[in-house]
Design a protein around this ligand. Sequence first.
Ligand SMILES: N[C@@H](CCC(=O)N[C@@H](CS)C(=O)NCC(=O)O)C(=O)O
Length: 217
Amino acid sequence: MTPTITAFERSPDGGKGLARDMRVRWALEEVGQPYDVRLVSFSEMKEPAHLALHPFGQIPTYEEGDLALFESGAIVLHIAERHAGLLPDDANARARAITWMFAALTTMEPPIVDREVAKLLEGDETWYEQRLPVLEERVRDRMGQLSRRLGDADWLDGEFSAADLLMVSVLLRLKRSGMLGQYTNLSAYVARGEARPAYKRAFDAQLAVFTAAFTGR
Ligand SMILES: N[C@@H](CCC(=O)N[C@@H](CS)C(=O)NCC(=O)O)C(=O)O
C-alpha cells in the first residue's frame, strides 16, 4: 500500500529541505518505497481533519491503510523497521542505531532549534544580543561532542542507517549559520548524506512543491 505523507503547501524555508517532511521523504527514497504527498496550508494544519492525524497541528504525518503516525522520528523508525536498508540486522547494532536516532532528535536538535526560533521570533528584543551567545554556546557544546565521537568515521556506527539520516537532517539546519563549517568532519559527514541519491531525489521532490507554489508550474 502506498503511504501518504503531509507537507507544507508553501514551505517557510523556501524549498531548502529543512521542513521535517524532508527526512520522511528521504527515508522512503532510501528504501525505494513510493509515496503520495498531501499538501496542507498553515490554516488547514489547525483544522479538525488534520488535528485528527496530528494532535499538534503540524507536518509531517504518515498514513498507510489503517495506520496514521505523526512525529518525524517515529515515522522514520516505522519505515526503517518495515523495510531493509535503514537499520542493521544485528540486534545490538540495531539498538545502537536507534539510540543515535534519539540522540539526533532529543540531544542535538533542541539547542539547534532553540537558536533558530530565537533568531526568528526574538531578534527584535532588547535582550536578544545577550541571549544569542548563550544559545550558540549550547549548540557548539553538542557539535564539539558529536565531532569528537564521529572522528574520521563516515557514519555514526558502521554502515549508513536511519540514525545518520536523522543526524544529517538535524545538522543541515546549521548550514547557513556558518557553525557547521567550523567542524570539518561534521561538514564532510553532512555532505556525504547530501550526496546520497535518495537524499537528492527527496530534496528535488520537496523543492518542486515550493517552485510550483510560486510559479504555478
Ligand atoms: N517533533 C515534530 C516537530 C514537527 C514540526 O515542528 N513541524 C513543523 C514543520 S518542520 C510545523 O509543522 N510547523 C508549523 C506549526 O507548528 O504550526 C517532528 O519531528 O515531526
